[in-house]
Design a protein around this ligand. Structure first.
Ligand code: ATP
Ligand code: MG
Length: 284
């Protein structure tokens, strides 16, 4: 699904003492099938922006088009079939406990498919498959989602979205607070979903993930988009201006280069790439 923002503004609590303009003149076009990283300092507007894509928020001005679906403040222009959009564009919140509500894990994950017409048994089958994908086994099926750890809750929330087979998967800081193994498994899951043709929009502060997984990076600052480019075009800039750091791999390669190793710090995605680059490199 193509996603297009045209002159989008968003104001929280308009005409109140708490009025706050969180998005300012956003214009961006995102193609289907890409792995996009959305980065930027705390409060820059990332979570606000992604909620426009599946119409959880409506722009105060401007409009967002997702294929033929229109999210606009103009009621006449705005598309009516919101639930169809939400099936295609799955969003996993920054705080997943907000999206869990059933008594048991399997009911929670089966809710979406049931809501879209699957019979109970079929919905449970889909739920079990989705839970397997996120690494939660049968022992979790009958547990209450509210009694799980933060990382487990997030897995249930992701399974609930996957159960709807979305075309776009938006995940808001999905690895924050996970142990390294769980974080790695979560990213591997997104990578495999991406390879099936699903667009991924990953909100993160972790530039290592941006280097390793993203096709494109979008940088937000103070409610605006300040960059939209390939990840490697970002690295080396003074990222601290956006409260971001270069990926460790990039920084390490840069140090090696300064010490005389012929190595290109760009286009290194992970430790494996780094090892091969060092093996190939010549001293100068
Ligand atoms: N419900 C709200 N009411 C008023 N202002 C809000 C509300 N939610 C967010 N804001 C403000 O809008 C701005 C953008 O918030 P947003 O949550 O989109 O930032 P973010 O980039 O996701 O930040 P983080 O990296 O901390 O998650 C912030 O300054 C925030 O204080
Ligand atoms: Mg956020």
């Amino acid at each position: 699904m193509s996603i297009e923002f045209s002159n989008v503004y968003y104001v929280y609590s308009p005409k109140s003492p708490f009025e706050y303009e969180a998005l300012k003149d956003i214009n961006i076009s995102l193609e289907q099938g890409k792995f996009i990283a959305l980065v930027g300092r705390t409060g820059s507007g990332k979570s606000t922006l992604i909620q426009m894509i599946n119409a959880l928020l409506t722009p105060s001005k401007g409009e967002v088009k997702v294929d033929s679906f229109i999210n606009s403040p103009d009621k006449k222009r705005r598309s009516k079939n919101i639930s169809e959009l939400r099936k295609k564009v799955g969003l996993v919140f920054q705080f997943p406990e907000y999206q869990l509500f059933e008594e048991t894990v399997e009911k929670d994950v089966a809710f979406g498919p049931k809501n879209f017409g699957s019979k109970n048994e079929e919905a449970l089958k889909i739920a079990h498959e989705a839970l397997k994908k996120v690494g939660l086994d049968e022992s979790f099926y009958a547990r209450s989602p509210f009694e799980l750890s933060g990382g487990e809750k997030r897995k249930v929330a992701i399974a609930g979205i996957l159960a709807l087979s979305p075309e776009v998967l938006i995940v808001d800081e999905p690895t924050a607070g996970l142990d390294p193994k769980a974080a790695e498994e979560t990213m591997a899951l997104f990578e495999s979903i991406h390879q099936e043709g699903v667009s991924i929009i990953l909100v993160t502060h972790d530039m290592n993930l941006v280097a390793e997984f993203a096709d494109e990076a979008v940088v937000m600052e103070n409610g605006k988009i300040v960059k939209h480019c390939k990840p490697e075009e970002l690295f080396g800039d003074d990222l601290s201006a956006y409260s971001l750091e270069n990926p460790h791999i990039f920084q390490f390669a840069l140090d090696l280069q300064r010490k005389g190793l012929q190595i290109d710090p760009k286009n290194l995605k992970n430790v494996k790439d780094m090892a091969s680059a060092i093996k190939r490199a010549k001293h100068v």
